[in-house]
Design a protein around this ligand. Structure first.
Ligand SMILES: Nc1ncnc2c1ncn2[C@@H]1O[C@H](COP(=O)(O)OP(=O)(O)OP(=O)(O)O)[C@@H](O)[C@H]1O
Ligand SMILES: [Mg+2]
Length: 455
């Protein structure tokens, strides 16, 4: 692929000398006889570098450069000037030219400067790609914690990451098992290679097997083409077997063989393919119990369980709450473009007191909801049950109509009281009913008033 260079000059002779020279150097050349035309051309065809004369009829080279920089701050730009006056040259560079050459143009000199600019462009682009790669690899997510126990775990994880030993991550649902697995991968020498997650719980034995091992064309009905399995996709990288406790017995045998032999056979094939992956497993089940019940192979357990990391539930590391709350608040507010600053003290207290059966995932959901529903800078209302249920936001339409109406009434009243810090007059206004009517309904639904509530 050759670089594309746009030559802008209102003098035809000069333009064609430059163009012929550049073509002889192997570049692809476009020409424009004015800055205006160049700007139009650039709308349709981009260039890798622009060479422009300074003094032209119509828009000057300097104005051209200024306009161009508004659209594209990075494209290399060589200005050709008639002067050798230093202060004018400084002006040109200040306006964003990469370099300048004085007339008459020395072609050998031009070739050198050009090459320098293009090399720089390549390096800049490589750096940008690299940055993007790093971001996507680490998913930009960091584990937030100040719990000593968690820090101990992260320490072990970082040391294990340098080696190739299998890691088993245990913990309740939502404690950050997958995030930890990704962190280990991104701290490992395999960081630039794929991280391949497989959820073993959601697939039956047959599907899981062809997912992991891949299959040859025609291996079974429906296998219309060759499929590369995850063991192979993870080549050079890490394979994350999530919910390993749910893997069917017949697949367990095969997995064990892969771990012993570091080779696989695609389903329906007979070729043995060497595989190279780092294994990270996770489960929220008790594998010892599963082994006793005969649902998990002991030999497999010892293979995958070289380093074990047990993530404590959130309720056992409440010191992590403030950091996590702030982190999730900021990231949801940014994502939705909503300017929420923080929580009312009642709402914050509620967040700190809750015990999070769904752990960090639940906390994240709760904050997401609160940010979406926020009515101002401060979040006053925290809905705990709604977030705990999986179907956050879905209304439950079961039961009779009067039951549903009563439910809705009760919830609206509770929300209004919450938002007006228990001041019944305010809550009644929000609801559009009289204060007396509100008190009547609160009694009916057994909603405690401010004075009756626990602090
Ligand atoms: N220490 C942490 N700091 C910041 N975010 C976290 C932390 N731990 C978990 N999270 C976030 O909480 C959510 C749940 O984490 P993750 O999916 O890793 O949990 P899990 O244990 O795999 O859950 P499950 O068992 O439900 O699959 C994710 O959005 C994750 O990014
Ligand atoms: Mg998970």
């Amino acid at each position: 692929m050759s670089f594309r260079i746009l030559v802008v000059d209102d003098e035809a002779a000069q333009r064609s000398v430059l163009s012929r020279f550049l073509e002889s150097e192997g570049y692809t050349v476009d020409q424009a006889e004015s800055a205006e035309q160049a700007l139009r051309q650039l709308e349709n065809e981009s260039a890798d570098l622009i060479i422009s004369d300074m003094k032209m009829n119509g828009m000057s080279g300097l104005d051209f450069l200024k306009q161009l920089r508004e659209r594209d701050p990075l494209i290399p730009f060589l200005m050709i000037t008639a002067f050798s006056n230093v202060s004018d040259a400084v002006d040109v560079l200040k306006s964003g030219a990469s370099d300048y050459l004085t007339k008459p143009v020395n072609l050998a000199e031009l070739a050198i400067r050009l090459k320098k600019e293009l090399d720089r462009k390549i390096i800049m682009e490589e750096n940008r790609n690299l940055r993007e790669e790093v971001l996507t690899h680490s998913t930009g997510e960091t584990m937030i914690t100040r719990s000593p126990k968690m820090n101990g775990i992260l320490n072990t994880a970082a040391r294990a990451a340098r080696t190739n030993v299998p890691v088993l991550i245990l913990g309740e649902s939502g404690t950050g098992k997958e995030l930890l697995a990704r962190t280990i991968h991104s701290l490992s020498p395999r960081q630039r290679k794929p991280f391949v997650p497989v959820n073993c719980a959601s697939l039956n034995a047959g599907v899981l097997e062809s997912e992991l091992f891949g299959h040859e064309k025609g291996a079974f009905t429906g296998a219309v083409s060759v499929r590369t399995g995850r063991f192979e996709t993870a080549s050079g990288g890490s394979l994350f077997l999530d919910e390993i406790g749910d893997i069917p017995m017949e697949v367990q045998v095969k997995l064990l063989r892969v771990l012993q032999e570091k080779e696989i056979e695609r389903v329906g094939g007979n070729k043995r393919v060497p595989v190279d992956f780092r294994l990270i497993c996770a489960t929220n089940r008790n594998l010892e119990e599963a082994m006793e019940a005969g649902r998990f192979r002991e030999d497999l357990f010892y293979r995958i369980n070289v380093i074990t990391l047990s993530l404590p539930p959130l309720r056992e590391r409440k010191e992590d709450l403030p950091g996590l709350i702030e982190h999730f608040l900021e990231s949801w507010a940014r994502q939705y473009g909503i300017s929420v600053q923080g929580f009312s003290s009642a709402a914050y207290r509620k967040l700190l007191q809750y015990n999070y059966p769904g752990n960090i995932r639940e906390l994240n959901n709760i904050i997401q909801r609160a940010v979406v529903l926020a009515r101002g800078d401060t979040i006053e209302n925290i809905e705990l049950e709604g977030a705990a249920a999986d179907s956050a936001g879905d209304e439950d339409f079961s039961g009779t109509l009067p039951e549903a109406v009563r439910n809705l009434e009760k919830r609206m009243i509770m929300q209004a009281l919450e938002e007006s810090s228990g001041i019944q007059l305010h809550a009644a206004r929000v609801l559009g009913i009289s204060e007396r009517n509100l008190r009547y309904k609160m009694e009916k639904y057994r909603i405690p008033g401010k004075g009756d509530r626990k602090p």
